[in-house]
Design a protein around this ligand. Sequence first.
Ligand SMILES: *[C@@H]1O[C@H](CO)[C@@H](O)[C@H](O)[C@H]1NC(C)=O
Ligand SMILES: *[C@@H]1O[C@H](CO)[C@@H](O)[C@H](O)[C@H]1NC(C)=O
Ligand SMILES: *[C@@H]1O[C@H](CO)[C@@H](O)[C@H](O)[C@H]1NC(C)=O
Ligand SMILES: *[C@@H]1O[C@H](CO)[C@@H](O)[C@H](O)[C@H]1NC(C)=O
Ligand SMILES: *[C@@H]1O[C@H](CO)[C@@H](O)[C@H](O)[C@H]1NC(C)=O
Ligand SMILES: *[C@@H]1O[C@H](CO)[C@@H](O)[C@H](O)[C@H]1NC(C)=O
Ligand SMILES: *[C@@H]1O[C@H](CO)[C@@H](O)[C@H](O)[C@H]1NC(C)=O
Length: 452
Amino acid sequence: MPFTKLATQVKSPPPFPPLRFSYSNTFIILVILILQSLKMVKTRLPSDRQIQALFPIALVSILILGVARVVVDHLRSHHGSLAKVFFQRRAGPRVFITEGDRIKDGCNVFEGTWVSDNASYPLYREESCPYLVKQVTCLKNGRPDSLYQNWRWQPSGCNLPRFDPLMMLKMLRGKRLMFVGDSIHRAQFDSLVCLLQTSIPRGKKALLRIPPRKIFKIEDYGISIEYYWAPFIVESISDHATNHTVHKRMVRLDSVANHSKYWEGVDVLVFESYVWWMYKPVINASYGTSFNVRVYNVTTAYRLALETWANWLEANINPLTQKVFFMSMSPTHLWSWEWRPGSDENCFNEMHPIQGPYWGTGSNLEIMEILHSVLKGLKINVTLLNITQLSEYRKDAHTSVFTERKGKLLTKEEKADPKRFADCIHWCLPGVPDAWNEILYAYMLKDYQNTP
Ligand SMILES: *[C@@H]1O[C@H](CO)[C@@H](O)[C@H](O)[C@H]1NC(C)=O
Ligand SMILES: *[C@@H]1O[C@H](CO)[C@@H](O)[C@H](O)[C@H]1NC(C)=O
Ligand SMILES: *[C@@H]1O[C@H](CO)[C@@H](O)[C@H](O)[C@H]1NC(C)=O
Ligand SMILES: *[C@@H]1O[C@H](CO)[C@@H](O)[C@H](O)[C@H]1NC(C)=O
Ligand SMILES: *[C@@H]1O[C@H](CO)[C@@H](O)[C@H](O)[C@H]1NC(C)=O
Ligand SMILES: *[C@@H]1O[C@H](CO)[C@@H](O)[C@H](O)[C@H]1NC(C)=O
Ligand SMILES: *[C@@H]1O[C@H](CO)[C@@H](O)[C@H](O)[C@H]1NC(C)=O
């Protein structure tokens, strides 16, 4: 149990006491133990700072969600992982360096720093992209500083190729690219649409909202860029794209069928799923038969879900014609004491990236390890876009109070109460998701150049 061990390094107690039961026990024993641990949670609540800090977020999500009218708009409640772990340098995936137009092996693009670059960034402007949803247009929503838009991700050992919309269009000609995941992932879809759309003349592009999908069609190139709502990847009771349960969660760990029929034959698939799992340390789930619902450790459930997903990939993906990516977890910045010891706020009013090393407790390393082992065991290649560390630095780039709730901008009163109302999970656009797409672009470019 690496997390319990690591948790001893944290000053304040972990948000939830470690659960000590084993699933090899009988169901009854399991239930008794869970009831006990829930009791422990309860008794510890008042003295636990992290739980208190977490509460406003839970409140915000109650308020934001359960709303039917906003198409696919979701904010996630969240609990931190049990460990505070600093960024460790390790041999990352070898990717490439650019030399002019050539891309060669040799560099981990996920290791580096954010560099202030007022000349080239942002790559597009809020007002130049008509497809942006109100949730992410922070400047328009009243954010006073725009510095968060002027940062370029600079890998330590190489340069990323500059995002070239025309090159991306060329690579995607006649193809479908689909993002599958939750609302954080949807912002990456929105970002890619904005990065590309300026290069496409009016009348030759269209954004269709057909829940659970959003589809951006680029006529002359025969390209379809899509987003598909599946917050757990596997089936769940939260799958209705516009009217889903939030606090009640139940996942079907053994089935993706309802979703995967939409994924079949897609040329480039980019998956992501994390924050919806992290609501509590346990989750109701079924495996085998949908009537047999029981409580699973989130880590156990996450592994089973990814294995179900992996089985689908192996049976359905043709590695010669299709390409699959998986995005690692997008970090949250809920507790300012993690980067500024002694403070007691959140991401609100943060104007600069963290100067590393930094790894927040919200990014669960046990989940990361599960991801690692499931991807390693796959018979086909899935490229991990390990964006967690680079995004960890960006405490300044969340939507905070400059966002919407129930389809409306926060009121003056709500904005004045960032401790309760700041959203430190989602990101402003232009912003961090653009960097994720620059990296996705770099990988696709490398693949394209290496294809005879
Ligand atoms: C349940 O999760 C906790 C926290 O992530 C972990 O320490 C523990 O080992 C897990 N238990 C089981 C039985 O998987
Ligand atoms: C970019 O602009 C900001 C604000 O105007 C300034 O503080 C910063 O130093 C500039 N960065 C560079 C590299 O010029
Ligand atoms: C999957 O689809 C079937 C048929 O539409 C539906 O009855 C079932 O409830 C869906 N499963 C989930 C978990 O939503
Ligand atoms: C949303 O779902 C709930 C429960 O499934 C239902 O009672 C409600 O009528 C739905 N709302 C809309 C607008 O469809
Ligand atoms: C599991 O479902 C039961 C029954 O609906 C509910 O009382 C319990 O709170 C749920 N547990 C979790 C961890 O969501
Ligand atoms: C992703 O990168 C972080 C550090 O940046 C590392 O700790 C983690 O193991 C990596 N994840 C995988 C699955 O390789
Ligand atoms: C996966 O990718 C590596 C490097 O690009 C390649 O050597 C290997 O053959 C690929 N494996 C499969 C199963 O396609």
